[in-house]
Design a protein around this ligand. Structure first.
Ligand code: MV4
Length: 446
């Protein structure tokens, strides 16, 4: 096991990783920008190194500075958290070239899944169901017309280097195809320096369901069930649940078997999440994330497992030590992402937190780096807290969430807590019958 780990991140996820390290008896190194000198992740680390000015490109994305910090402090491994360098294959490779362990998958698997066409091709070969669409990249408009004609309209043009909703264009009918195709290409070239695009049948009312997996370095792969992440606005998730209100235990088992068999054949290592669209009782793979995700706590609560501890253990070469049968699902968990934003306009609201009180009690978890007196800087993601509740049933979890949101006090800045209170009280949310489009309409109607 490692003696010291450098955590290449900030905010709640840096604290989350420190907590796992502390319980494993591993010393922690924090890195921070000049804007984060007073941040909680710096205060709670065993050691800290300033790696640059506020802008992320000069600090949390500054690979030479982070590698230097790791070698100066004698860190044996680097945990990237989510965002920043977590899905940068070159960074993962450089960490290993410097004789340290990257806590995550191999750089080749990060590269493969970063190319959405390669990811789909790999999954198709391994028997994972996909949305009907093109076989790989669509090089020109004529090919696009052929594919769309075959699968039928509406279709979606997606960028190979995209993901998370960037660089997508819908063509509702043949007359829309040329513009959608050319715009998608141009946007992909401008945004990613890669204009490869592919085509899928556009699903008009899917749920977004993802499956959490862990793999050791010896060929064992298990899954920890699904999360329903359909409640998002402009590709930003606001609330996630485990399990999905729409999925039966049998559907979960079947999906899990297919996905773990595929990853076993791929030789995948460490944590990963497969993203699916679910509509009319069918799952279709769209993308794979090769990192720990923001919403991992809902899985931890229903499975009773520490996913970050497992990531560290597996990266050090340990065997999983348990099988699929040992993983059980208890109760229901819901996470609210609380951001420093105006709850109506969603414009960021950085500033000083003058008073802070986090909710507590049975089945309530708050992952946050906030404290009274903290200044939320304007340079980074606006998420300031995750409120996670766990209860025996979904209805109990909703009641607990309402209670915990009422207790939560963040004074001095505006947050999205009031928006979460409206969502939780909504009959449609409570019914569990929602698609990826529901929240957008809900917010528009407020
Ligand atoms: C789709 C889709 C409908 N049909 N693919 C958006 C993010 C990216 N990960 C994939 N996305 C979508 N792909 C097909 N074939 C609709 C979306 C989509 C979406 C997906 C998940 C969560 C929220 C979403 C919001 C809008 C569109």
């Amino acid at each position: 096991m490692f003696g010291k780990i450098l955590i290449a991140n900030r905010g709640e996820i840096a604290l989350r990783i420190q907590r796992a390290c502390r319980e494993l008896g591993i010393a922690t190194v924090a890195v921070h920008s000049t804007a984060d000198s007073e941040a909680m992740h710096v205060r709670l680390a065993d050691e800290s190194v300033c790696i640059g000015p506020p802008a992320a490109k000069d600090s949390y994305l500054n690979i030479p500075a982070i590698l230097s910090a790791a070698s100066i402090t004698g860190a044996e491994a680097i945990h990237p958290g989510y965002g920043f360098l977590s899905e940068n294959a070159r960074f993962a490779e450089m960490v290993e070239d410097h004789g340290m362990t990257f806590i995550g998958p191999s750089s080749s698997h990060i590269s493969m899944m970063g190319d959405k066409i390669a990811a789909k091709e790999a999954m198709r070969t391994l028997g994972v169901p996909l949305v009907p669409g093109s076989d790989g990249a669509v090089p020109d408009l004529q090919t696009a017309e052929q594919v769309a004609g075959k699968i039928g309209y509406p279709v979606l043009i997606k960028a190979a280097a995209g993901g998370g909703g960037r660089g997508m264009k819908v063509a509702r009918q043949a007359a829309d195809l040329e513009e959608a195709f050319q715009t998608a290409r141009a946007e992909a070239r401008a945004a990613f320096g890669n204009d490869a695009v592919y085509i899928e049948k556009y699903l008009d009312r899917p749920r977004h369901i993802e499956l959490q997996v862990l793999a050791d370095n010896h060929g064992d792969v298990v899954h920890f069930g699904e999360r329903d992440c359909s409640l998002q606005r402009r590709h930003q998730k606001l609330l996630e649940e485990a399990g999905s209100p729409a999925i039966s235990p049998e559907e979960r088992d079947r999906l899990g078997e297919t996905a773990t068999a595929a990853l076993r054949k791929l030789g995948y290592r460490n944590a990963g999440t497969l993203e699916f669209l679910y509509q009319d009782g069918q799952f279709a793979f769209i993308e794979m994330n090769t990192r720990l995700q923001v919403e991992h706590p809902v899985t931890e609560m229903v499975c009773g497992i520490d996913l970050v501890r497992e990531q560290i253990r597996l990266a050090s070469g340990a065997h999983l030590g348990y099988g699929q049968r040992d993983i059980t699902f208890t109760g229901h968990a819901i996470e609210c992402r609380i951001t420093a934003e105006d709850p109506r306009t969603f414009s960021p609201t950085p500033g000083r937190v003058t008073a802070y009180h986090a909710p507590g009690g049975l089945g309530v978890r708050v992952d946050s780096a906030l404290y009274a007196g903290y200044f939320v800087p304007p340079y980074y993601d606006s998420m300031v807290a995750k409120l996670i509740v766990h209860a025996p049933t979904r209805q109990d979890a909703i009641n607990r969430l309402r209670r915990a949101l009422d207790e939560f006090a963040v004074v001095g800045i505006q947050t999205t807590i009031p928006l979460h209170q409206r969502i939780v009280d909504d009959p449609q949310f409570q019914s569990g019958e929602y698609t990826i489009h529901w929240l957008e309409n809900f917010v528009a109607g407020l």
